[in-house]
Design a binder for this molecule. Structure first.
Ligand code: BV8
Length: 233
């Protein structure tokens, strides 16, 4: 039984990380789509660095921990021998990895990594980032200061791993979408790449625009429903 899982901000909500729709898609009065975009970064890099610095700091706060849904997914993956397993997440937090999940594909990037704008090289990163940040590959080279950006897929940029995701979707026997509003593409389109026999399950507090594409829609909190649904597979 090949299992494909897609998670969104809703799975991290109970860990204390606010969702996007929860704040009406706004951050300090700015539309997230504007701030999380190449245009936004070009227009006001200081604002965009602040947006990610605040989230990177908060993610490292000891109060932010994986919840029962993250843990159940890691346990299921460890015990799943009867086929493939892939966990695609839209979240840029590291809670799946910290819960012990191994086969994680962060299709919108990772908050705890930064990328060199010129070379694409990735660096694990825990500090703030700014236009004055020395380049880790050549700290004394003043010309390279500020040439780092969050390793995050912005609106208008192509998400990571799309081919691997489509390959997994095409052969999925079970597709589980957890805590995602089904508004952001191409993530919201993955369900339509699954085969006709695939058992499609949506776990969410509310109905979403994608709910009609699912065979089963389970309404409830991820921390309660995810362990229960995985145990039933
Ligand atoms: C692309 C990283 C081209 C940044 C993110 C017009 C129409 C359709 C599409 C478009 C359009 N105009 C532009 C587009 C494309 C655009 C898009 O889809 N826009 C939307 C807003 C209309 N997409 C893109 O730009 C993508 N790139 O299209 O490139 C391309 C594509 C393919 C091939 C070639 C070229 C790039 C999108 C990636 C953007 N980056 N994240 C950052 O985080 O700062 S997206 C970001 O927002 C998140 O990663 C996430 O994906 C999204 C928020 O969605 P969710 O995760 O679903 O979170 P949300 O808050 O919305 O919902 C939470 C859900 O959880 C709710 O349903 C709630 O009920 C539920 N919930 C809450 N608590 C719980 C719960 N459920 C269970 N238990 C709980 N306790």
């Amino acid at each position: 039984m090949n299992v494909l899982v897609l998670t969104g901000a809703g799975i991290s909500a109970e860990s204390g990380i606010p969702t996007f729709r929860g704040a009406d898609g706004l951050w300090e009065g700015h539309r997230v789509e504007q701030v999380a975009s190449p245009q936004g970064f070009d227009a006001d890099p200081v604002l965009v660095h602040r947006f990610y610095n605040l989230r990177r700091r908060k993610l490292q706060d000891p109060s932010i921990q994986p919840n029962a849904a993250h843990v159940a997914l890691a346990d299921f993956e460890r015990g799943h021998q009867s086929g493939d397993f892939l966990l695609v997440t839209q979240n840029i937090d590291n809670l799946h990895q910290r819960a012990g999940s191994k086969r994680v594909l962060p299709m919108h990037g990772e908050l705890m990594k930064v990328r060199c704008i010129d070379t694409g090289e990735l660096f694990d990163w825990t500090d703030d980032l700014s236009l004055e940040t020395p380049h880790p590959a050549d700290p004394d080279n003043a010309k390279l200061r500020g040439r780092l950006r969050p390793h995050v897929v912005w609106f208008g940029e192509v998400p990571l791993g799309l081919e691997s995701i489509e390959r997994a979707a095409r052969k999925a026997d079970v597709f589980l979408a957890i805590g995602t509003s089904g508004l952001v593409y191409p993530a919201a389109g993955i369900v339509s790449q699954t085969p006709v026999h695939c058992r499609r399950i949506e776990i969410n507090l509310d109905d979403t625009p994608a709910s009609g594409a699912f065979d089963e829609t389970i309404r409830g909190r991820a921390s309660e429903e995810v362990p229960r649904v995985l145990a039933s597979l």
